[in-house]
Design a protein around this ligand. Structure first.
Ligand code: ASP
Length: 344
């Protein structure tokens, strides 16, 4: 049987960091040193190749140019490899996973993103296990020999999560990620137990198509009790702004004061697209449940249902990046593109 061929794309993050002896701060180091710390990889009978970011970065520095670089590496090597493992810092991993899920259209191969809370060189590291499990998931096939995972996913400690459903939940725990509104794609224990009902299976045979355009004219507006008209209008008047993820209370609620509704209506009339996403970590927007949510719908704000903030923001970047106008963007926000939202 042919050995699985896996490409590792090393972008940086704690997994590959080492302590600077002078400052004591963690800094990225190179891939060869990283792999040297995981001799067990050789026990996997895989053909493994790698590409590394020059220089590797802390994921706080991630931006759409890096997503394009990861996507280009995948596109250029798509036919030569069975799966891809992206090593990435945890801080913005959910954004990268969401962005790639939109950019990599018609994906049929696994793109498994992982990292760790402790550097791979440390005795109690979670990096070694995460890397090895990610490689095994990237190589996993079903009884017909087709890739088990055919989407962008995050592997961290005991779970595999859909990338565009994931959120970083803990800065301390080894189980750092979670999908609050979607089941895990696999549970990792003694074995890797896939949840086949939750895995994405595309029926299209179309080849991979990468959409590189990601429009950065987007932002979050996070509501809080006491937000003033001056502050809200200032945010809505941000130059270059096209799309906003409006982070609302509970089931998608916002102040009902006339000045608030008026400011939102004015923004929608100017052609801004506003997507309503709850500040709660679990559950979603039910805009008709309360008058405090209903008035947003009437003002032209689109329900984000149970989408994560990370997926909402990157979906706006992707849709505007396609060169679409506000009306078309709204049309796509009301549909699920790659399993990122549950529509009622
Ligand atoms: N600051 C690091 C990063 O996101 C944290 C990590 O990797 O866990 O790159």
């Amino acid at each position: 049987m042919k050995k699985p061929r896996i490409l590792i794309i090393y972008t940086g993050g704690t997994i590959g960091m080492i302590e600077n002896p002078e400052t004591k701060a963690l800094e990225p180091f190179d891939f060869t040193s990283l792999i040297d710390n995981v001799p067990k990889i050789k026990m996997l009978d895989y053909e493994i190749d790698n590409i590394q970011f020059e220089p590797p970065i802390d994921s706080s520095d991630m931006n759409p140019r890096h997503w394009q670089e990861i996507a280009r590496n995948i596109e250029e090597n798509y036919d030569s490899f069975d799966g891809f493992v992206v090593l990435h810092g945890t801080d913005t991993m959910a954004y990268t996973a969401s962005a790639l899920s939109f950019m990599l259209e018609n994906l049929h191969k696994p793109v498994i993103i992982t990292g760790s809370q402790l550097p791979i060189g440390e005795v109690r590291t979670d990096g070694e296990e995460n890397l090895i499990t990610a490689l095994q998931i990237a190589a996993a096939t079903d009884q017909y020999g087709t890739a088990m995972v055919q989407e962008v996913a995050i592997l961290f400690e005991n779970y595999l999560w859909r990338g565009n459903r994931s959120t970083k939940m803990s800065a301390d725990n080894f189980n750092a990620f979670k999908s609050n509104n979607y089941p895990s794609l696999a549970k990792i224990g003694l074995g890797i137990h896939f949840n086949e009902d939750a895995l994405s299976r595309s029926t299209t045979k179309r080849p991979l198509k990468v959409q590189y355009g990601m429009d950065t004219g987007v932002m979050f507006i996070d509501l809080h009790p006491g937000i003033t008209e001056e502050i809200l209008r200032h945010q809505l008047a941000t130059p270059g702004l096209k799309g906003i993820v409006l982070k609302t209370f509970g089931a998608g609620n916002a102040p009902t004061a006339p000045w608030f509704t008026q400011a939102i209506e004015d923004a929608v009339r100017r052609g801004l697209v506003l997507l309503n996403v709850t500040q709660c970590v679990n559950g979603g927007v039910h805009s008709k449940r309360y008058q405090a949510g209903n008035h947003l719908t009437q003002a032209g704000v689109i329900s984000g249902h149970d989408i994560t903030s990370e997926a909402a923001l990157t979906k706006l970047m992707y849709l505007f990046g396609l060169g679409l106008g506000p009306k078309e963007v709204v049309g796509y926000l009301n549909s699920a593109l790659c399993g990122e939202v549950t529509l009622h």
